[in-house]
Design a protein around this ligand. Sequence first.
Ligand code: HEC
Length: 190
Amino acid sequence: MYPIVRVSFGVVVSCVFLILVANVNGFFVSPSDDPAWVDVAAADAAGSTNGGPGGPGLAVYQRVCQSCHQASGAGLEGVYPPLAGSEWAQGDPGIPVRLVLHGFQGAIERNGVQYSGVMAAWGEVLDDQEIADVLNYVRAAWGNSGSTIAADYVAEVRAATANKLGAYQPDEVVAEVTAAASGGDSSAEQ
Ligand code: HEC
């Protein structure tokens, strides 16, 4: 009798511990607490704006991105940020196109979790059409809803950032895309 009671008590303690850990990791943080978080359920209800998650981008995603960002788009907490619900993945196409072309590194916080990893550059591996395809998949899958990106647009950004050395830092890519949007670099705009 006594050992059985002890085991049950241990299970209860573990459950309480898991709930606490989930809370600390921001599980209960609401979407409005984090500007880079999009409510996936709400986006789903609103519907995708670029034709759904089918199409040629899925194969590229499975080949290149999935090992880190996962088939579910949820990433790996604290290591690879989620693409499902990511504001940067779905927002101004200038950001995800630059990140995929040149890579990305530096400290970021997504859904209350810190990330400071390194994403390699794919600009030498993937052509403009493949980058458009894979981002169109990401921008339509898992409840995401971003505008469609054309291969021509990827080509324009590739040309406009041809002299870029190394991976983008978070502040750097935001500053560059903001400048491009305000006419500072019109060649990189859609
Ligand atoms: C080797 C692992 C790895 C692979 C493969 C990878 N990524 Fe990433 N990705 C990362 C990491 C790590 C970050 C965050 C970098 C940081 O902390 O600054 C990231 C960030 C991103 C972001 C920004 C998300 C946000 O909310 O800020 C996008 C968009 C993205 N990746 C898209 C892709 C796409 C599309 C592919 C496939 C073409 C891909 N990634 C392949 C590791 C990877």
